[in-house]
Design a protein around this ligand. Structure first.
Ligand SMILES: NC(=O)c1ccc[n+]([C@@H]2O[C@H](COP(=O)([O-])OP(=O)(O)OC[C@H]3O[C@@H](n4cnc5c(N)ncnc54)[C@H](OP(=O)(O)O)[C@@H]3O)[C@@H](O)[C@H]2O)c1
Length: 323
């Protein structure tokens, strides 16, 4: 069966392509640069050059595909100008869906995000948790709007959303992975006490494929394997890496002040800012059990994901051997 994938050169997309190819699907993947084309080709997909705003090219590339995985997105905080988040995530999703309808695709699996739940503080959120009514970041806002577009457009295409929490495992040294790496490298003197949910990259990819075969149209599925506090994550890292993690607790008021200081830094994307401080301080906890019950997904234990992540850091030369 032919499938069309957007975002195939990214962290999540690469893993989804690997699984699709392993399952025997013919994969055509959107690539907006020669580097992206090389990446998806090396994974066994046929590259289709184009961008998310290229409706004609999308329709042409999707023709004959029964399934589309719309994974492409902009995942960024602290942008001075947030317009690209809305252009890529919201407008891009609308264009992909319209192209899928024009190409008579049966089903689109839309990669949303757990952040679209917008749970109130302290909640262990499910797909049905009521939204708190405001957004922590422009990224969160843009992914919320994108999901509304994906599940709201009535174009005769089945749409199923998957909502990963922080994706971790081999291949990712950004996001939560950056925090883990800095902690293990001893470059994180202070850390706020917070909690976050993680899904193994491999479980995330399998969740995408299961949503394609077992998902109910119009439904969203959180993909989230486990939730840890910062302290618990660091204990897991220490055990997996046999390296000490020594970070002192950063009180919330200081986190807020660091965010304000970051706002003053120059550049189109600052390394830290109020938005990021808000996201980190708020914390997240998601319940990914609907995907288990309804899609048949299984999750790796936290220890296994952290170990795989650490092993990958080492294989990339990012970490010293144990001491
Ligand atoms: N990583 C996570 O923890 C996480 C968690 C929840 C949800 N998600 C969602 O998962 C999706 C993928 O995230 P990721 O972590 O894999 O991100 P990533 O590694 O940054 O990859 C993003 C992908 O989107 C493509 N892309 C971006 N803008 C595009 C455009 N205008 N036209 C065509 N392609 C474009 C990129 O292509 P290039 O290679 O050419 O840049 C790349 O293939 C996103 O929708 C994100 O919101 C991610």
């Amino acid at each position: 069966m032919k499938t069309f994938v957007t975002g195939g050169s990214g962290v999540v997309g690469r893993a989804v392509i690997q699984h699709l190819v392993a399952e025997g699907f013919e994969v055509v993947a959107l690539a907006r640069s020669p580097e992206a084309a090389e990446t998806v080709s090396a994974l066994g997909a046929d590259a289709a050059s184009g961008d998310l705003d290229d409706f004609g090219k999308l329709v042409e590339s999707m023709r004959g595909a029964e399934l589309v995985f719309h994974i492409a997105g902009l995942n960024a905080l602290c942008l001075r100008d947030p317009t690209p988040l809305y252009r890529v995530n919201v407008d891009g999703t609308r264009t992909v869906l319209r192209a899928a309808a024009a190409a008579r695709v049966r089903r689109v699996v839309h990669t949303s995000s757990a952040v679209t739940i917008g749970e109130p503080r302290g909640t262990f959120a499910t797909e049905d948790t009521p939204h708190r009514g405001w957004f922590l970041s422009h990224y969160e806002h843009s992914k919320f709007d994108a999901e509304q577009v994906a599940l709201g457009e009535r174009l005769g295409v089945e749409v199923v959303a998957v909502n990963p929490s922080s994706v971790q495992g081999p291949g990712r040294a950004t996001g939560t992975g950056r925090l883990f790496l800095a902690a293990l490298q001893g470059k994180l003197p202070f850390v706020p006490n917070t909690r976050f949910s993680i899904v193994d990259i491999d479980d995330c990819a399998r969740g995408h494929l299961l949503a394609a075969t077992h998902g109910t149209p119009g439904q969203r599925y959180l993909l989230s394997g486990f939730t840890v506090t910062t302290r618990e994550a660091f204990r897991l890292l220490e055990t997996a890496a046999s390296l000490p993690v020594k970070a002192r607790r950063l009180p919330k008021p200081l986190l807020k002040m660091a965010g304000r200081a970051g706002d003053l830094l120059p550049g189109a994307q600052r390394p830290f800012c109020t938005e990021m401080a808000r996201v980190i301080g708020f914390g997240h906890a998601y319940d990914g059990s609907r995907a288990v019950r309804e899609l048949g997904l299984t999750y790796r234990p936290a220890e296994a994901t952290i170990r795989r992540t650490v092993d990958w850091f080492r294989s990339e030369g990012l970490l010293p051997d144990s001491i």
